[in-house]
Design a protein around this ligand. Structure first.
Ligand code: CA
Length: 231
């Protein structure tokens, strides 16, 4: 993949080597950094297309790195964290990360996540974000009329189901945390819990389930949130 430049931020040398060897084999170009401060300045000076960011860095916290970088760019950020750091993942996603990898991860898993992020980046470059029509697999949303179709058939959603679907669609490829979705649909003042959200998600999925692609369209990240996959 020529001209797609990845910034690898990881202070563990063996993991960094595993990542960069894999990237080299698959013809990605890359830069490396072992600290958060270095990552921020490399991001500003080299303008990478994607960041792979370890959350446990020796100087500043990975989530703080995301907050700083998000002040000027929407570049895809995939965080890397240890298995027992669910709250760190949620903090990182809420700070603006797109996706995460849990250590230990396979190189295939990492490459798959990179491809998801690439499709998301390409989508933004095409400025499709300004379109009034969203299409993904068999799913169609006409934002102007509010009509949703799956494989050409009308899907009848409640207002809340529709708003959740639009939120996931606008952020396709990105993992949205439970609290992010709840804040955006009900507002911070409302005491809606994760259990209620799960009920809406189940109903929404059931209504979309007219094709094989619907199955894979909305993914659950247990304990974290939901993600619409760009098919
Ligand atoms: Ca580390």
């Amino acid at each position: 993949m020529k001209d797609f430049k990845i910034l690898v931020v990881e202070d563990d040398k063996s993991i960094q080597n595993l990542i960069t060897t894999t990237l080299r084999i698959h013809e990605y170009s890359y830069l490396t950094s072992q600290t958060g401060k270095d990552a921020v300045s490399l991001c500003a000076s080299h303008k990478p297309d994607l960041i792979l960011l370890d959350l446990g860095l020796p100087d500043i916290d990975g989530s703080e790195v995301i907050r700083i970088i998000r002040t000027w760019t929407n570049i895809p950020i995939i965080v890397i964290s240890a298995r027992d750091e669910d709250t760190d993942k949620i903090t990182a996603l809420d700070a603006g990360a797109d996706d995460y990898l849990t250590k230990p991860f396979s190189v295939e898993e990492m490459l798959a996540r990179i491809r998801v992020a690439q499709r998301r980046a390409a989508h933004f470059q095409n400025a499709e974000a300004e379109n009034t029509m969203f299409e993904n697999g068999g799913l169609q949303i006409d934002y102007t009329s509010g009509i949703v179709k799956m494989d050409g058939k009308d899907v009848h959603l409640t207002p809340i189901e529709y708003r959740i679907l639009c939120l996931l669609a606008r952020n396709a490829g990105k993992i949205l945390t439970h609290s992010y979705i709840i804040d955006h649909i009900w507002g911070t003042a409302v005491d809606t819990d994760i259990v209620s959200l799960r009920v809406y998600m189940t109903a929404l999925r059931k209504k979309l389930k007219n094709s094989d692609s619907a199955e894979a369209l909305i993914q659950t990240h247990v304990g974290i949130g939901y993600q619409m996959i760009r098919l």
